[in-house]
Design a protein around this ligand. Structure first.
Ligand code: PLP
Length: 373
């Protein structure tokens, strides 16, 4: 079945008790037990599972081509749960251009817990090979990466991880299941901040881990999810399900606009560099063509001579709101270095752009005016 069809139907069914076409939001935290001790629909208590969360998890597993999914109250809670499931004393390899919250979790929260972290440039798989240790349990990939839109060869890195019996997980937030399929490329776990493209409307926080196999590791993930309770509420699951129905349309439109905008910006005055995997000038454009069916709605542009000029360009934009986050219907721009603060790896003149659903000609005109203004 095509992913557009899955996005509309996966996890949805006509409500058997009311015939409602649109799913209900089940707020009940508890479920009645039958005389024989069983639970009619398998639900017992909402921290363990509930109808809205079960539907979302079914839907996400189908979208990513996995066997099961576990959802969380944020993308970071999903990452945290995976690190907890990997266990103390493990060595983890992560890319140097990962979402800064991911590195912060692994280093500051899990460091004192005994997690050993190696941060490497994963655009060259040899760096991963060199970093592998006997206790390497997890190789974390983020591609395209945040905020430099680096592209990592998922298949090559997953193979390397597997030579040492390590798990390979991919943060697929920017790729989305529409454009990139980590589990088909050999990764064991696909992770999402559903806050971004899957929710798609900047109104719900959430995260997910989707598993290629029902492994022992995934069972530990589910156990931590159910016991720790960093779970999304029924309403949040419902909102995410609603967002997913239009995910394919949104992502295709945002990708097409991002490519057009990137091409224009590449030739625009006061632009030092444009980072977008769809440009032939991107250092890993060939890998992006191989492992993605489109290049996504995110791009970064280095514009202006310094931080002050770059911030001035951002503030002259009218259609791009200066705000963090991404993947919503509205275009956003963010001066990443000042948001990440000390220790950031983002260049001082870098603006990260999330392309929304506005007409691309309006977005291009807005950027051109801001650059020359
Ligand atoms: C936003 C984001 C996260 C974290 O998700 P939250 O829901 O904010 O916790 C992780 N990875 C990437 C790539 C992101 O963009």
């Amino acid at each position: 079945m095509h992913i557009e069809t899955l996005a509309v139907h996966a996890g949805h069914e006509i409500d058997p008790s009311t015939a409602a076409v649109t799913p209900a939001i089940h707020l009940s935290t508890t479920f009645a037990r039958e005389a024989d001790g069983s639970y009619r629909a398998g639900f017992l208590y909402s921290r363990y599972s509930n109808p809205n969360r079960a539907a979302l998890e079914r839907c996400l597993a189908l979208l990513e081509g996995g066997v099961a999914a576990a959802t969380f109250s944020s993308g970071s809670a999903a990452t945290m749960t995976l690190l907890q499931a990997i266990g103390p004393g493990a060595h983890v390899i992560a890319p140097d251009d990962a979402y800064f919250g991911t590195i912060k979790l692994a280093r500051d929260i899990f460091g004192p817990w005994g997690l050993e972290l190696s941060v490497v440039d994963m655009t060259n798989p040899a760096n991963v090979e060199k970093a592998l240790r006997p206790n390497t349990k997890l190789v974390w990939i983020e591609t395209p990466s945040n905020p430099l839109l680096r592209v990592v060869d998922i298949e090559a890195i997953a193979k390397l991880a597997h030579t040492r019996g390590a798990t390979c997980a991919v943060d697929n937030t920017w790729g989305t299941p529409i454009l990139q399929r980590p589990l088909d490329l050999g990764a064991d776990i696909s992770m999402h901040a559903t806050t971004k493209y899957l929710g798609g409307h900047s109104d719900v926080l959430g995260g997910a881990l989707i598993a290629r196999e029902n492994s022992e590791l995934f069972q530990r993930i589910v156990s931590i999810q159910m016991t720790g309770g960093a779970v999304p509420s029924p309403f949040e699951c419902w909102l995410t399900m609603r967002g997913i129905r239009t995910l394919p349309l949104r992502v295709h439109a945002q990708s097409a606009s991002a490519l057009e905008l990137a091409r224009v910006l590449e030739r625009a005055p006061r632009v030092e560099a444009v980072h977008y995997p769809g440009l032939t000038s991107h250092p890993a454009h060939d890998i992006a063509c191989r492992q993605m069916s489109g290049f996504g709605g995110m791009l970064s542009v280095q514009a202006g001579a310094n931080r002050t000029e770059s911030l001035a360009i951002a503030s002259r934009l009218k259609l791009f709101t200066q705000a963090t986050s991404l993947g919503g219907t509205e275009s956003l721009v963010e001066h990443r270095a000042s948001v990440e603060g000390p220790g950031t790896r983002a260049p001082e003149n870098l603006l990260r752009v999330s392309v929304g659903l506005e007409h691309v000609e309006d977005l291009i005109a807005d950027f051109q005016a801001a650059l020359t203004g």
